[in-house]
Design a protein around this ligand. Sequence first.
Ligand code: NAP
Length: 410
Amino acid sequence: VIHGQLDKAASFPRPERPAPRRPGRGGSHGSLHLDCARALAAIYVLGTRLGKHFTGITSLRPHRGPGARSALISALIRRLAARRSSATRSQKPHPAPLDARPATSAQVEILDAKTREKLCFLDKVEPHATIAEIKNLFTKTHPQWYPARQSLRLDPKGKSLKDEDVLQKLPVGTTATLYFRDLGAQISWVTVFLTEYAGPLFIYLLFYFRVPFIYGHKYDFTSSRHTVVHLACICHSFHYVKRLLETLFVHRFSHGTMPLRNIFKNCTYYWGFAAWMAYYINHPLYTPPTYGAQQVKLALAIFVICQLGNFSIHMALRDLRPAGSKTRKIPYPTKNPFTWLFLLVSCPNYTYEVGSWIGFAIMTQCLPVALFSLVGFTQMTIWAKGKHRSYLKEFRDYPPLRMPIIPFLL
Ligand SMILES: NC(=O)c1ccc[n+]([C@@H]2O[C@H](COP(=O)([O-])OP(=O)(O)OC[C@H]3O[C@@H](n4cnc5c(N)ncnc54)[C@H](OP(=O)(O)O)[C@@H]3O)[C@@H](O)[C@H]2O)c1
């Protein structure tokens, strides 16, 4: 009977809004003082019926008299607390974050994620140290692994922790075990982009000016008689100059570096395609598009609109992130009509980028350009899907109408 009453008391409606739960303290069981408040409220409501049952508790008998009521309440609270703590003990708890304990310093051991070999033991780490600070400490013992090369994880196969993550907020014990992976030699993003984009600009111009050893001696430094060839050169150069300037003055990247090996892959892609496209477009035997000036004008309009759109989206993304920060927000349309595509897709800059290349393909009517558009579209769709997924995961109020790259379709 007593246990039944205790259960009723415990399930009595909460008299006020619950206090925020503290991690690592039994989670769903709530805090002790809340239980007490609920028990007290229950006692007053259950009144004499509850009191009748208390008389049957042997341990409470000595408390009859003027102090009996408060003794009953204390005993009841103690029992509730004991039941709660035994329920909590019976569950296997997750390691509590460090801030749930009065720790003044923590220890961090760093193991190799592949071999589990202990690489480093850091004693007396401040509980509020960030992962970036732990990386700096690790570098002191292993200078070959500078911070940008390091990936630290809670799980050997899990995701990398962010530099700004704080040790005491992580679900680790007083000795935190972190797993290390070497990301390989790193290079700054700006260097990567500049190399990737300066290459196509320069390579295209070599073909446009027909430098020696490309088309045969008699064509050296000759010029095409087709207007579209000159227009194509202007469009291509404009596109890459724009990208270079955006890399330097517009984008606010959140990652400082990327693996060095990526530069070889990316440059092969951009430089290779630029050379292949330029070779055919600037070839002395090149023939202009089937529908002549009309086709070129239409293509130029598509190209210009998409370039403006792409630039507008880059500006909108830049304005989302205060200088020097890594904040990510949901992008919304602004007063600029080119940004209204944000109503329908998550990555309109990719949509406009693909549009520009389709425009360029129509203008030049050149197969390598069409292939470059297709490969770029495939790659950007993969990235757009990834970005779309992370928006959905990160923001619960993410606009449901949006698709990754193509409105209503993809
Ligand atoms: N032709 C091709 O094959 C091809 C392929 C890829 C890209 N591109 C061109 O290169 C451009 C840049 O590519 P990207 O992949 O770097 O584009 P992106 O991921 O959309 O990023 C553009 C810039 O905006 C920032 N950003 C993105 N979403 C943000 C958000 N929600 N809040 C705050 N900042 C945000 C990015 O920072 P983070 O550093 O945090 O990402 C980055 O600095 C593209 O728009 C496209 O024109 C061309």
